[in-house]
Design a protein around this ligand. Sequence first.
Ligand SMILES: Cc1cc2nc3c(=O)[nH]c(=O)nc-3n(C[C@H](O)[C@H](O)[C@H](O)COP(=O)(O)O)c2cc1C
Length: 165
Amino acid sequence: MDHCRLIYRSTCTDKFMPNEALRELVGRSSEHNRPAGITGLLVLTGDRFLQVLEGPEDAVNDLYARIIPDKRHHDLRLICYEPIGDRYFDDWSMSLVDLYDQPKPVREFLARKYRAQEDAVQIPARLHEVYALLLDARAICLGRPWETSFEAGSGDAQPSRAESE
Ligand SMILES: Cc1cc2nc3c(=O)[nH]c(=O)nc-3n(C[C@H](O)[C@H](O)[C@H](O)COP(=O)(O)O)c2cc1C
C-alpha cells in the first residue's frame, strides 16, 4: 500500500477551545489513527490548527474526508499532499502542541522565526517553512526544543501540553 503525507490548516470554530476538549479530541484521534496506521501531529497556534497526517493513502484520504466537515473547525486549506517513502512524523498516532502554551523564551523564539500576530505564531505561507514549523513543534513535543539553535536557556523549555500515545 502506498503511503502519503497530508498537511492542512484550518480555523478553530471556538476561539478558546478548552484544554479538556482539545485533550479529548487528540485522545480519540490517537485511538482512531493507531489501527489505521496513521501518525502525525496537530499544532494549535492562536485560533489556527495545522495538522500533518502520514499513513496508507486510503486511510489518510478517509480520515481527511471525516475531518473536513467537523464543526470544530472551518476554512480548511490543503497545504500539501504527497506520496512518501519515509515518514517524518512517526512519533505519535496523534499528538497536540499548543504553541501559545509554551514557556516565554520558546514563544519568543518562534515569533522571531515565523512572525507573530497578537502573540500567536503565524502559519507560514511557504511550504518549506510549514515543514520547519512542524518540525519545531515536534521537537517541543519531544521535550527538546532547539538543541542546536535555541539560545535563551532551553533547559526550562518543557512543553506543558503535549498529548501523546
Ligand atoms: C483539527 C481536527 C483534527 C482532527 N484530527 C483527527 C485525527 O487525526 N484522527 C481522527 O480520527 N479524527 C480526527 N478529528 C476528528 C474527526 O474530524 C471526526 O470527528 C472523527 O474522526 C469522527 O470519528 P467518529 O465517526 O468515530 O465519531 C479531528 C478533528 C479536528 C477538528
